[in-house]
Design a protein around this ligand. Sequence first.
Ligand SMILES: Nc1ncnc2c1ncn2[C@@H]1O[C@H](COP(=O)(O)OP(=O)(O)OP(=O)(O)O)[C@@H](O)[C@H]1O
Ligand SMILES: [Mg+2]
Length: 605
Amino acid sequence: MVVLSLYRRHRPRTFDEVVGQKHIVRTLRNAIELGKVHHAYLFVGSRGTGKTSMAKLLACALNAEGGPRADFSPDDPASRAIAAGTSLDVVEMDAASNNSVDDIRELRENVALQPMAGGRRVYILDEAHMLSTSAWNAFLKTLEEPPPHVVFVLATTEAHKVPATIVDRCHRFDFGRPSLEQLAGVLRRVAGEEGIEVPDAAVGMIARAATGSFRDALGTLEQLVTYGGARIELRDVLEVLGVADAELVFEAADALADHDSRAALLCVERLAASGRELPQFIRDLAAHLRHLFVTQTLGEVPDTFSVTAEHSGRIAAQAERIPEGELLRGIDLLAAALAAIKDGSEPRIQLELALMKATRPDADLSLGALAFRVERLEERLKALGGGGDGATVAPPSGSGDGLTAAEPAPAQPRPASSSSNGGASGAVGAPAPSPAESAAAVVSAPFGDATTAPSPAPPPSPAEPDSSAASDPPQPSTSALDLTALRTLWPSVVDAVRAENAMVGALLGEARPAELEGDRLTVALPPGADFTRRKIEANRPLVQTALRRLTGGAPMLSFELSDGGQAGALTASAPMLTEEELLERLKQEFGAREIFEDDPPKPEE
Ligand SMILES: Nc1ncnc2c1ncn2[C@@H]1O[C@H](COP(=O)(O)OP(=O)(O)OP(=O)(O)O)[C@@H](O)[C@H]1O
Ligand SMILES: [Mg+2]
């Protein structure tokens, strides 16, 4: 005997059993009661949200014993036949496999048939968006004026692929994704009816993994029963879903809190050894960091998390330990890792990279990481009671690059009522200086050798404000920061320029700081890169602004064509491009086009 799958056995049999989709149920009920059922419906929604189930319920109501009625009995012979898929008056077609003109021609001939039991013939066309254009054209007339006994229900997950001519001729319903509670509710109901024992925490986990599909949730429940019998244990769920057990997720988050890259790498090692799916772990860890962030923001662990009491306590504790900025950065880094994996990158490398950057912001020189470190320094300043007004604090010695950031202040969970004025790093009162300004203040004393820890500039004494200072802020000398540090910072300077002007940024990528004499910085470009130099020189202010923002200093810039004098400095990463090659690259990358003097002027837009 064929046993139907769990989700088919538990398809809603009446409109009352439908969970959610209230607006659709009500509209269809009224249409049936008022005898105003339309001849064509378009059901739109993601997988497993109940489109086919609703279409079948509509068919049951229209073929109910004694005439159409919304409160039909699921035990009516017609309802039973429809539920079993054996009704001759309800035709289910899957456009994924029947999408040709011939299929539609056959359907057109078929619609003329009178209903067997005197009700309505209901055609349910699943995956409707798969119909070919010519099939749609062949279908249009029939859809517009079908015989009175026919009702079409087109179901699709991709409404944008259904021609507008078709959409216009249908009554459209959009199915919402069920909430976690609704999914958990159906799981508990079905488990109860099937005599399956499943702990609440497992229900929560299955519901979360179902990502908004009733079918997937019930499919997982069925898999679990096949896997471990009618008594489901939490560890079975972890096994079957390949969800990294919560322990590893908590440990990875602890590594973030402790900035412990070694512990983070060991986590990845154990995860890989366990054979769990790495992308799933990344999603779980990102979801966990979001939980910590929400807990921090709400000041408590919300019930909707449906986690065990033990986990709830650990979430609250961890939320205290990781500053808001680091949580957000962690989530960003994990999202970037998932995106890279989607593009084909090696999952383990991407996960390790994300965790390295998250646990060692100082090793990451991207602009994002620098801005993040400035934010932490601001927190540190606040914690030290220093004004956020750009007063300087000497960076800890021994770093040798003058760029190391201070340790972050521990997370300040926001009191539940706090308004969003900046969270853990929320500054009240004087507006916080922009990250670049405070960076300049903190890592000022640029352009000199790093060995001598720069003496912090004395904070301006509020007593005697100097009018000239206000109008013309003093340019800190550029001798404090040495060439090595400048070279370390250079990628961020290029990033900053690229953010303002992609082309100049790309050209600047070919250049390297070659010499620093007092306040004069010589930047070298590969020999022959005349065009590049001219272009950069024409945009010198952009480079200077970026330098000032990142170092607080404004050295005089000069650009020269040379191999940078320093062995391998320029040749290593920048293959020489002739002017022609460069023009070609500009055309390819930026869609640039050469403009010649005698080109006819472009007609006004
Ligand atoms: N609103 C609901 N209430 C209760 N259970 C539901 C609901 N919607 C769907 N289900 C359950 O999920 C299963 C799958 O639903 P259904 O086949 O109707 O989804 P669908 O939207 O047609 O999916 P697909 O786009 O993949 O065809 C149903 O058999 C039923 O068990
Ligand atoms: Mg369907």
